[in-house]
Ligand binder design. Structure first.
Ligand code: AOF
Ligand code: ZN
Length: 368
């Protein structure tokens, strides 16, 4: 691998990141065309259904693509999806060499794209800045290879690990910068999920509000086995482009379901479990609707269920330097918990964000 490869791939990754939160269910992809040490084309994938990164970069390069090197953050596709195969465009443009960060985990591509290019005489190099490319598309990789959405657990607690007082007051534990940071997460992930308890207690709108630009609202998902969401709740009445999905089980009274549907909600029935809703089934159902990532902003009960079922991929843990106290004041993760410390979820690859008076610990659940 050469220094210039790193430089151009870094640029391609940066271009890809321009579409953070906008490409679902597709990956973020960036591409750069380089001819005789000069950048002649750049592009990124902006939205599902629109041209892939390679196509934008090749178009910009035009005739200059002949004999040039294409840097791309993901293996070029060779299938007919919403758009045509990029491999054909790359070959047609006269590209001599393709440097890619990673193979495409999409089973429809999965190495076949690279083979097509090699078969037509193009030199192919794979694995440049692969770790960065995998991190950029952590959501897409999980979704396309498992059929499950990527799950991020977000919570805000006091220094002594409370999410509310013993009396139930919870607004606001963290300050404005931490709350703004949460809205960046809402802007990025496909769906936000809470339990009926949160809807009844706080009547949240669960939309994205950003100070400096227009945000994109996540699909709102409510775990509500008995369909008890009031039709006047803000998640149903507040103006938003995003759908509201109410997850129920067989126990929901049909009249309530009808009322919620006429209030504009999509009501989905999933199997129940001893603990309420079978969460893995629910997540698979969401993935079937092209929801590739879910931000869980639940209370203690919902968070406890996700942790118990080992469904969490990543955490965003906001901590405010206040001490609330009280043996009965709830912590972020409820339920019976575990007996042995050895069974605790381990968080790794931690990053700490400084948010004024508060901090956020962001990290990945270790796979064991
Ligand atoms: C993208 N953008 O820049 C690249 C992708 O339905 P389609 O035609 O948009 O195909 C989507 C698939 O194409 C996607 O799952 C991935 O495997 C591959 N590459 N996708 O959206 C891109 N290069
Ligand atoms: Zn493509």
């Amino acid at each position: 691998m050469e220094d210039k490869d790193l430089k151009y791939m870094e640029l391609a990754l940066e271009l890809a990141g321009n579409a953070l939160g906008r490409t679902s269910p597709n990956p973020m992809v960036g591409a750069v065309v380089v001819k005789d040490g000069r950048i002649v084309g750049k592009g990124y994938h902006a939205r599902a259904g629109t041209p892939h990164a390679e196509i934008h970069a090749l178009r910009e390069a035009g005739e200059d693509a002949v004999g040039a090197t294409l840097y791309v953050t993901l293996e070029p596709c060779c299938h007919h999806g919403r758009t045509g195969p990029c491999t054909e465009a790359v070959i047609r443009a006269g590209i001599k060499k393709v440097v890619m960060a990673m193979t495409d985990p999409n089973p429809l591509v999965a190495g076949k794209g690279a083979r097509k290019l090699r078969d037509s005489g193009i030199e192919v190099v794979c694995g440049v800045l692969e770790a960065q490319a995998r991190r950029l598309n952590e959501i897409f990789i999980k979704y396309i290879s498992t059929g499950m959405p990527y799950v991020v657990l977000k919570t805000a607690m006091s220094l002594d690990g409370k999410i509310a007082t013993a009396g139930g007051e919870s607004k606001w534990i963290t300050g404005p910068r931490a709350r703004e940071h949460v809205h960046l997460l809402r802007d990025r992930y496909d769906a936000i999920l809470v339990g009926i308890g949160t809807v009844l207690a706080d009547d949240p709108s669960l939309t994205t509000r950003l100070p400096d630009r227009e945000g994109r609202d996540p699909v709102r998902v409510i775990l509500d086995s008995g369909a008890a969401t009031p039709p006047g709740a803000k998640i149903l009445t507040q103006n938003s482009q995003a759908q509201t999905i109410i997850i129920t089980t067989g126990e929901a009274p049909p009249d309530n379901v009808k009322q919620l549907e006429s209030a504009g909600a999509v009501v989905i029935k999933v199997p129940g479990s001893d603990e309420g809703i079978a969460l893995a089934d629910m997540l698979r159902e969401l993935a079937g609707r092209e929801i590739t990532s879910v931000l869980v902003e639940g209370g203690a009960r919902v968070n406890g269920s996700f942790v118990r079922d080992k469904l969490v991929d990543k955490v965003n843990w906001y901590i405010a330097p206040k001490i609330i106290g009280g043996g009965k004041a709830p912590g972020p993760v409820g339920g019976p918990g575990i007996k042995l410390l050895n069974d605790a979820l381990q968080i790794e690859n931690i990053e700490v964000h400084d948010l004024g008076n508060d901090i956020c610990i962001e990290g990945y659940v270790a796979v064991r």
